[in-house]
Design a protein around this ligand. Structure first.
Ligand code: NAP
Ligand code: GFB
Length: 325
């Protein structure tokens, strides 16, 4: 009997893994396997910053495997405002999860980093060997250092105890169940929410910044399949980038154009260049992933965006939209 605990199971990526496990045929490549029990938890079940609550959670479910997604997560602007919270909360969460997984003798833990952990000034493309080659971008150094430390912790647990702890490095993620709260959202959910309100209230659709920065976006449901594949087939302490190809970079302007099209918005659309652009680009190579997984079909960006916009429009009342607008 394998018990797979997914921390952060109520969030964007956690819900996507739950969707795949519940909809893919049992026994298929990304489907549930006989004898597996999947447990998806959120902060209401245990605040993982708290040692006692974390210990009780692991004693309750006795997981054999952990996909560790729980984190204080947010877009550029909330990262710039709360660097200490993003550093401290994530250090506490990660240490409690890895410590309890070690104490319980879990067979495997996959933690989740992000391509924003990489040095701001490094030769591109980003690959798995460049994480610690310099300081991260100023805008999110709190989050970035807390996430980099997970890679250090994994190597320490491996060296001293032989624990099979590893990590995944996704690029920017989007999809159903995302955080659409304009205060803390990432760019795509923020633009979807702003465009939805502009259409509803007949007001301008305002994109922050110059629109020039470049990003790689992975659909949460594709990322979910890659996490399930890693759980089954990746047993190396070295982190692994989970991303679409380098040639899939799009500008924030192109992303905003795609949101306008998917929303059917025809009103005024402009850029507020008084707002920050953040890191200009963070192009990540998925060569190592493709060399290990072989064939993998990523959902085309426009199709994934349309599916997410439809989900948002159909679930607006129950979505994470923050204070009502
Ligand atoms: P999300 O939608 O904001 O979900 C965060 C999850 O973490 C929720 O389930 C939340 O539970 C849980 N959580 C937060 N604080 C917690 C605490 N103190 N104790 C217990 N659980 C807590 O985030 P996401 O986008 O799915 O991110 C999942 C992982 O992917 C994170 O590790 C993140 O760093 C990484 N990542 C995300 C992106 C992206 O673009 N979104 C890109 C790269 C990497 P509640 O909902 O119950 O509060
Ligand atoms: O997803 P995002 O917030 O974060 O994207 P990063 C920021 C880019 O989108 C910037 C532009 O170039 C912004 O100028 N943008 C335009 C907007 N309009 C908006 C808007 O309404 N809201 C937001 N949020 N952006 C994050 C890191 O970096 O990447 C996090 O700070 C995390 O720690 C995440 O790693 C994946 O891609 O710049």
């Amino acid at each position: 009997m394998s018990v797979i605990l997914v921390t952060g199971g109520t969030g964007l990526v956690g819900k996507a893994i739950q969707h795949i496990i519940e909809t893919e045929p049992e026994g298929s490549r990304f489907g549930k396997r006989p004898g597996e029990k999947w447990v998806f938890i959120g902060s209401s079940e245990a605040d993982l910053r708290n040692q006692e609550q974390s210990k009780k959670l692991f004693e309750k479910y006795k997981p054999t495997h952990v996909i560790h997604l729980a984190a204080l997560v947010g877009g550029l602007f909330i990262n710039m405002k709360k660097k200490l919270d993003f550093l401290r909360d994530n250090i506490l969460i990660n240490d409690n999860v890895l410590h309890n997984a070690h104490e319980l003798g879990c067979k495997k833990v996959i933690s989740c980093l992000s391509t924003c952990v990489y040095p701001d000034k490094v030769d591109y493309p980003l690959d798995e060997t460049k994480i610690h080659l310099g300081l991260p971008h100023e805008s999110n150094f709190g989050y970035a250092h807390a996430k980099r430390l997970v890679d250090v912790q994994n190597h320490a647990y491996k060296d001293q105890f032989g624990d099979n702890f590893t990590s995944a490095i996704p690029t920017n993620v989007f999809g159903p169940h995302d955080n659409f709260d304009l205060e803390s959202a990432h760019v795509l959910p923020a633009l979807m929410h702003k465009c939805y309100l502009a259409k509803k209230n007949n007001t301008p659709f305002v994109v922050w910044g110059s629109g020039k920065p470049l990003r790689q976006f992975i659909y949460s449901r594709d990322l979910a399949k890659l996490f399930i594949w890693m759980l089954r087939e990746y047993d190396d302490v070295e982190p692994l980038i989970l991303s679409v190809g380098e040639d899939e970079e799009v500008s924030i302007k192109q992303a905003a154009d795609a949101v306008v099209k998917a929303m059917g918005f025809t009103g005024e659309y402009r850029f507020d260049t008084t707002k920050a652009d953040g890191q200009f680009r963070k192009p990540a190579s998925n060569k190592k992933l493709l060399s290990l997984i072989g064939e993998f079909e990523f959902t085309p960006f426009d199709k994934a965006l349309e599916e997410t916009v439809q989900w948002f429009q159909q679930n607006y009342e129950n979505a994470r939209i923050g204070k009502s607008q």
